[in-house]
Design a protein around this ligand. Structure first.
Ligand code: NAP
Length: 283
């Protein structure tokens, strides 16, 4: 891994490094890949089936002057992971940062979850994560490396129709801690980020189809409850990932950091107030 000083005057701390981001064709993953590219990294844009949007993300990264590769794979099939990383090894010869961002599930009450839905949710967020770390570590080749996993508040809080995904994210956070312990001696840190509401395709799908709410109205209500009075953006999460992936974060490992504008620090009693910050007003 080159140091910030070798990379030049502060502008491109990841110059010469390779970042692999799953689910980077859109949403948060795209914002994370673009942020790391802006900071100097060559990027692998992993996606499942939207080749057009993955191609657009690659073009945006190349416009920043970095190399980029779109790689399609279904993380629901963990056996696809090792061959994908073998290809990354052929093209780039190294991996410095691995960001496990993609997730998918069937949003339904737990009693209605089918076995294959549970298996697929865990295959994507847990099995493929382990397979990817196993494949990425040899490509880090003794250099300092960074693994960042994208969790969610469903790992800690009960959310309607999130039983399967929340359980998978809780497992992911547990793996973050164990892998941090196991990979720390190799100079590799492992951390998680746990976003609140970030306006993406998935957020809209969950609000409209998962909990049958009108999206714009639901977002407005969440913003009113959020201490910083706005929804999150992919760029908010990307800035945190960029920090965790940086040389400056070398002593930070095994943690999952909540990034939600303060929403989940509020007590249920405060959430009942019109103005949760001051506690004033009727529900
Ligand atoms: N949005 C939120 O409010 C929120 C809050 C907390 C946590 N999160 C977490 O943040 C992460 C990103 O969420 P997002 O809202 O940015 O998602 P998104 O906009 O829906 O994007 C999902 C990405 O994952 C890829 N993907 C989906 N299933 C896949 C599979 N089986 N194999 C490989 N790739 C797959 C998609 O590829 P294609 O484009 O090819 O389909 C796409 O690139 C997820 O882990 C999510 O649980 C989101």
């Amino acid at each position: 891994m080159v140091t910030g000083a070798e990379a030049g005057a502060g502008g491109a701390p990841f110059a010469g490094r390779v970042a692999v981001v799953t689910g980077a064709s859109r949403g948060m993953g795209r914002a994370i890949a673009l942020r790391l590219a802006r900071d100097g990294a060559d990027c692998v844009v992993m996606y499942r089936r939207d080749a057009a949007r993955a191609g657009e993300a690659v073009a945006a990264i190349e416009r920043l002057g970095r190399r980029a590769l779109a790689l399609a794979l279904d993380l629901g099939e963990p056996a696809e992971v090792a061959p994908a990383f073998a290809r990354i090894g052929e093209v780039f010869g190294r991996v410095d940062v691995f960001v496990a961002n993609a997730a998918a599930t069937a949003f339904r009450p737990t009693l209605e979850q089918k076995r294959h839905n549970l298996q697929r949710t865990f295959a994507i967020s847990v099995e493929s994560f382990v397979a990817a770390v196993q494949a990425a570590v040899p490509l880090m080749r003794g250099r300092p490396g960074r693994v960042v996993a994208v969790s969610g508040i469903d790992s800690q809080q009960a959310m309607a129709r999130h039983g399967a995904l929340g359980a998978a994210k809780a497992a992911l956070e547990s793996l973050v801690r164990v892998l941090a312990m196991e990979l720390g001696p190799l100079g590799i840190t492992v951390n998680g980020v746990s976003p609140g509401l970030v306006e993406t395709d998935s957020a809209q799908f969950y609000v409209e189809r998962g909990i049958s709410r009108e999206y714009t109205e639901a977002v407005k209500r969440i913003i009113a409850l959020t201490p910083v009075r706005r929804a999150g953006t992919g760029e908010d999460v990307a800035a945190l990932v960029a920090y965790l992936a940086s040389d400056a974060a070398g002593f930070l490992t095994g943690q999952t950091i909540v990034i939600d504008g303060g929403l989940t620090i509020l007590s249920p009693l405060n959430l009942m107030q019109a103005d949760p910050a001051s506690g004033a007003g009727a529900p």
